[in-house]
Design a protein around this ligand. Structure first.
Ligand code: FAD
Length: 415
């Protein structure tokens, strides 16, 4: 009989792990308190980011840190109590962002990013979900020559990691985006081998449906706790007890809390983002996702309307919403796009699951047998779900791995 596994968390990461295990002949039960793809993996900017070879580092330049302190920046805001609470992970984040250490992080992280589109493609084809994807890249637009010059240098460096891009002037931007007022911008970069998803939650659901069609089981239930008894994992849920030889924790930003009961203390911290959809004036279009670089937010066409996703707010997961950052970037977007009314009254809130060394945790747990981790993908979990699923399933089945898993080891924060 084939081995059994329970995967907790049906976001992009957990669904991809479950899908790969099922393909390899395991008997998999995927659980989530919601339907698949209804949390962080629903509300993101929907970019499969082949260009994201440089993770988001902590600013090391004192000038940049001082700019954040007044708490008016458009790209990053914070609540002081959260800074204090997460001070240790933040200090580690600062440490790993030192240029020399960051170079190592980039070299390791980019090994996964390099496979993001091909691993999505495999699942997308199986799930017949290609209609949800546009393989036309996205646009990064700059309001200042200073930031544009820096970005051009970065784009050049990214080429050595396989990232395709071209510099675009405003005539070229107008050709791509005829209804965008380009007068505010000095230049742009078209990231060419990145993909855009028109409905991120629907893509996760399509992958989950394909997993079920292949014989996998999905159960909507809340996991309360888990323990290992006689070599079997027991998972207690509001729908009863489940058991299997293998257990995978893929609970995104909830993972540190979920694992506390088993004696793991991960320095995972949440980076909140908001989104809202807007209507655009009759007859006008936005074709590509656009990063308004100097204001630090992404705007892009989605099934529900034009979605604005904010940069980061450093706060607790359960803190009440503060939509001022979203309101401020909405004003910036209206400067160049004819947006009309908002689709929703209230903004969506989600949290990027961040690790201090900017890399996810993927692999076997170090204190228990047959316990496996897949979380901490920060700003790129939607991109890296399938690449993670492939890697973790190879490890669980004892196969040769397609990338070196060592940089993502579960015990790397162990003192
Ligand atoms: C504003 C914003 C924009 C972003 N844009 C992008 C982007 O363009 N591209 C990109 O690659 N990434 C982006 N990200 C990051 C990306 O969304 C996340 O990294 C990714 O969704 C994390 O996926 P996940 O499967 O780990 O977590 P999730 O999608 O959060 O899934 C975890 C699941 O675990 C379940 N769960 C937790 N605890 C329990 C429990 N006790 N019992 C049962 N179920 C439980 C939850 O219900 C949830 O469904 C963005 C994030 C934000 C916030």
């Amino acid at each position: 009989m084939s081995e059994q596994a329970i995967v907790i968390g049906a976001g992009m990461v957990g669904v991809s792990v479950a899908w790969h295990l099922q393909q390899q002949g395991m008997q998999v039960t995927l659980i989530d308190r919601k339907q698949p793809g209804e949390e962080t993996s629903y509300g993101n900017a929907g970019l499969i980011q082949r260009e994201a070879v440089f993770p988001h580092a902590f600013p090391r330049d004192v000038k940049d840190i001082f700019k954040v302190i007044p708490n008016h920046n458009l790209d990053i805001r914070y609540r002081p109590a959260a800074l204090w609470h997460f001070k240790h992970p933040l200090m580690q984040y600062w440490y790993y962002s030192d240029p020399k250490r960051f170079k190592t992080v980039v070299d390791e992280w980019s090994t996964l990013i390099a496979h993001c589109t091909e691993t999505h493609d495999e699942m997308m084809q199986a799930a017949h979900a290609e209609h949800l994807v546009r393989k036309t890249g996205w646009l990064q637009l700059h309001r200042t020559t200073e930031t544009y010059a820096k970005a051009i240098a970065e784009a050049e460096l990214a080429r050595s990691y396989g990232v395709q891009s071209r510099l675009v002037n405003m005539d070229e931007v107008r050709e791509m985006e005829p209804d965008l007022n380009t007068s505010l911008f000095v230049g742009g970069i078209h990231w060419q081998n990145t993909w855009k998803v028109t409905n991120p939650g629907a893509l996760v659901k399509a992958y989950a449906e394909n997993f079920v069609a292949a014989g996998g089981e999905f159960k909507q239930c809340q996991m309360y706790n888990m323990q290992q008894e006689n070599g079997e994992w027991q998972v207690n849920t509001d729908q009863g007890r489940l058991s299997a030889k293998h257990l995978v924790v893929a609970t995104g930003p909830w993972s540190a809390d979920v694992l506390k009961g088993l004696g793991y203390d991960y320095p995972l911290f949440p980076m909140r983002g908001y989104h809202k959809h807007y209507h655009i004036a009759d007859g006008k279009v936005l074709n590509h996702s656009v990063l308004d670089y100097d204001c630090g937010y992404v705007i892009g066409p989605k099934a529900a309307g034009i979605r604005i996703t904010t940069g980061a707010e450093f706060t607790f997961q359960n803190a009440p919403a503060d939509e001022r950052q979203l309101d401020d970037v909405e004003k910036k977007a209206r400067e160049y796009l004819p947006l009309t009314t908002a689709v929703e009254d209230k903004a969506w809130i989600g949290h990027r699951p961040c690790m201090p060394d900017m890399k996810p945790v993927i692999g076997p747990a170090h204190k228990h047998s047959n316990l496996w981790f897949a979380f901490g993908h920060a700003h790129q979990g939607f991109t890296l779900g399938p690449a993670t699923g492939k890697l973790l399933s190879q490890m669980m089945l004892g196969h040769a791995t397609y990338v070196n898993p060592q940089p993502f080891a579960a015990n790397r924060f162990e003192k």
